[in-house]
Design a protein around this ligand. Structure first.
Ligand code: MN
Length: 259
């Protein structure tokens, strides 16, 4: 199966030993890749890595696990958010149990949501480990932008609420390899599923997953959905296009359809 139209909505490109080589690989293979960052002060270095590239985009983020340590960098967000349409890694992680840390995480996440909303076209890749209910409640039903829940591991009820809120779900090899993850993935409406690797944290055959590994996820989804891999890839590409359609383009598209 060709890599030509794969995508990776969540890859920590800047945390690979040789980020530039990874970007080269994405370009050669034509994998649309969202290079997430974990704190605003490293965003510009990520931009430098992808400037002039066709397939890789730098995302502005502040990982919930770094909220306590890095929240002061929120001051950089308004300016940096003008430079990219992509936002992440952001969200909540309630592996942290103390109230103060969770409160700070919510403050950081809320600040990002508030900063993104006026643009109406920002694409967010959101972490929600043990915190899906709060993440979904904070996003709300009318968030103006595209929200992609990354490596979702909530309950079926939370999944349904996220679907009602218009969220997409990016799935990786580790999710599909676990029985619980696989069961959950099967419950996501197919037209809301996107690909991610979460490399270098997720492993593929004993080494860090790379954006080109999406090919394995396509095969696993084809198996889960009981459709041909080529049809799976077509569906995923269509979903990506829909997820990235800006509000004004949507109106233009509807107008064309009426004609
Ligand atoms: Mn991640």
């Amino acid at each position: 199966m060709p890599h030509a139209h794969l995508h990776d909505m969540h890859c920590h490109v800047d945390l690979f030993p040789d980020p530039r080589a990874l970007v080269d690989e994405c370009e050669r293979a034509g994998v649309y890749t969202v290079a997430v960052t974990n704190t605003p002060s490293v965003f510009r270095a990520c931009v430098a890595l992808v400037t002039g590239r066709r397939f890789v985009r730098a995302a502005l983020g502040l990982h919930p696990e770094l909220a306590a340590e890095r929240h002061a960098e929120l001051a950089l967000v308004p300016e940096l958010l003008q430079e990219t349409r992509y936002v992440g890694e952001i969200g909540l992680d309630y592996v942290a149990t103390d109230v103060a840390t969770r409160t700070l995480q919510r403050r950081v996440f809320a600040a990002f949501l508030d900063a993104c909303a006026p643009y109406k076209d920002r694409v967010l890749t959101v972490h929600s480990r043990r915190a899906a209910s709060d993440v979904i409640a904070m996003i709300g039903k009318n968030f103006p932008g595209t929200v992609v829940l990354h490596w979702f591991s909530g309950t079926v009820g939370e999944l349904e609420r996220a679907v009602e809120s218009g969220c997409y779900f990016s799935v990786n090899g580790a999710m599909l390899a676990s029985e619980r993850g696989n069961t959950l993935v099967r419950r996501i409406p197919r037209e809301r599923v996107l690909l991610e690797t979460d490399g270098p944290f997720v492993k593929q055959e004993g080494r860090s997953a790379r954006p080109t590994d999406g090919v394995h996820t396509v095969l696993a989804l084809a198996e889960a959905w009981q459709i041909a891999p080529v049809d799976t890839q077509v569906l995923l590409e269509r979903t990506l296009r829909t997820a990235l359609t800006r509000p004004h383009e949507e109106k233009a598209h509807e107008a064309t359809e009426r004609e």
